[in-house]
Design a protein. Structure first.
Length: 196
């Protein structure tokens, strides 16, 4: 009976420790995201948000000739990683895109972008990727796999994620299988259409 009570107490203590670790991680994520958002939005508001010129990028992620930028948004959010016992696995994005008028879209698994007006684009995996900053997630070029609805994402052909900050998987192993890490990041997103 004493052995069973000790096992129960150990299980409750383990659960409590996991809950405290998750709460601490969420508080740290929220704090880091607030700092990242404050600094990044300040820089973005200085004039880069309405710039629809194609960014200068490494050749590996350049968009082919015959396509033109039709929308540029600044994304702020988290890359979500889940510990599988061996690695943190692939990231799942959860972000908000802004332009000069405020919030214009959300970004989530797929990878998918959905505008406030309902238009949507899904990127084809795997993307072309280039590491520009070893402390940040890679810059990407994705082909559009599908688009829906009229609006800013209608007829999108390519998506670029550039000027990334943060978002890398934790360097330390997870404490338990299924542990989730929400890592703050920001990036510029450029959406292309075929040039007329």
């Amino acid at each position: 009976m004493t052995k069973k009570r000790n096992e129960t107490n150990t299980n409750h203590e383990t659960t409590a420790l996991r809950a405290r670790a998750a709460l601490a991680a969420n508080k740290a994520t929220a704090g880091a995201l607030a700092l990242l958002l404050g600094g990044a939005l300040g820089a973005w508001a200085a004039g880069t948000g309405n710039d629809n010129r194609a960014p200068e990028v490494p050749e590996d992620i350049a968009v082919p000739a015959g396509n033109k930028v039709h929308f540029h948004g600044f994304g702020v959010g988290v890359q979500i990683y889940t510990w599988d016992g061996v690695s943190w696995g692939a990231a799942v994005p959860e972000a908000t895109l802004f332009d000069g008028n405020g919030i214009v879209a959300i970004h989530f698994a797929g990878p998918t972008w959905q505008s406030n007006s309902g238009s949507q684009v899904v990127g084809a995996l795997p993307p072309k990727a280039v590491t520009v900053d070893p402390n940040a997630i890679p810059w990407l070029r994705l082909s559009a796999k599908s688009t829906e609805g009229p609006g800013i994402f209608a007829n999108t052909t390519f998506i670029q994620r550039v000027n990334t900050s943060g978002g890398k998987a934790p360097s330390a192993n997870g404490a338990f299988v299924g542990q989730v890490a929400r890592v703050p990041y920001s990036a510029d997103y450029f959406f292309y259409r075929r040039a007329n």
